[in-house]
Write a protein that binds this ligand. Sequence first.
Ligand code: KIV
Length: 433
Amino acid sequence: TIFCSATRHTHRPAYIPNQIPDPQYVRVFDTTVRDGEQSPGASMTSKEKLDVARQLAKLGVDIIEAGFPAASNDDLDAVKMIAKEVGNEVDENGYVPVICGLARCNKRDIDASWEAVKHAKRPRIHTFIATSEIHMKHKLKKTKEEVIEKARSMVSYARSLGCDDVEFSPEDAGRSDREFLYQILAEVINAGATTLNIPDTVGYTMPNEFGQLIADIRANTKGIENVIVSTHCQNDLGLSTANTLAGARAGARQVEVTINGIGERAGNASLEEVSVWAHDIWVVMALKCRGDRVLGGLYTGINTEQIIMSSKMVEEFSGLHVQPHKAIVGANAFAHESGIHQDGMLKHKNTYEIISPEDIGLHRSNKSGIVLGKLRYAMPNCVCSALLPQLGYDIDSKDLDDLFWRFKAVAEKKMSITDDDLIALVSDVVFQP
Ligand code: KIV
């Protein structure tokens, strides 16, 4: 069956900055408290950022981008606190997340970033500079040569501080000239970069284009085999998850994501969508290729059972509400309204659910996920009769008929009817004098 099972990988390859011992493993780089916090109206206190970082560690992300330390003293302090605490909490399997700080390609930013992250067991500096014509000309007012020189010298400077894990991003890579990208990326590899992140900063590319961009960079950049290639896909055209997966299929082994997909403008690729899909690719491929679920396909270290908890925490702290129809974590993601779907669900839950809600940590109070709502006229009596035994009731056909008419009367007035409403109605029918 094509059904996403949440078997968790207990094996996580050893952390080496510029290589991954298992070629199928995809590192998850979470930027909820950095890029995510850049969402308009979504600021978090330092304590909230620390709580989110701790939850991200529980979730099993490999790298936590904890902030932009040069932006303010508060940012610097928050990143430092996360580095000191979460960056030193090693679990029984030796897992501790990398703590990363963002920096533009200048010494002040890089110093601030290092000052904050150096307290972690695994510190990383992430430095970036724009490489598209439009950014270089209008924003940076720099020539290509000047941009290359900045990138090369600042990666080298970050390494000289004692940081052996340096990520470089050519901002707006999705709209940058290919030959120029190959050139600047080769220069920063030579200067000591360990991860090359390829941002589609304005969410401009289509999945086939973004996949091809990653493939071309891997094929044409000198020294690329010595580093990890990463994706960072914004969601301006609603394609961030598709682009991220296309990048991973083309050989990227780090994906940059946020919880609930929050971030600048239309947000980022969402961790829950990408990691559940990575899981799915892994399960489907494993069944197809080996059948023993050991080899084949991509996988991450994400503990999917922590997804709902992470989503709720970020929703509360950021104040950004998750839309009800959001994939994986939306309130309606596991709710079934139409009569045809309800009928299918009551016969076999995999008819309309490809993931078990429990596998992402969702324990519905309404076990069936059946919504008795505005499509109530499509609801045949059999739905009522199948649902009631699930709720622990067994009533005869006369009472069932009575119940159905009472149910319809209430449904005229309410948007949806919960299990508790149904239980109250059953009591009225069964216990009427
Ligand atoms: O969107 C972007 O380009 C970024 C980079 C700093 C990675 O956030």
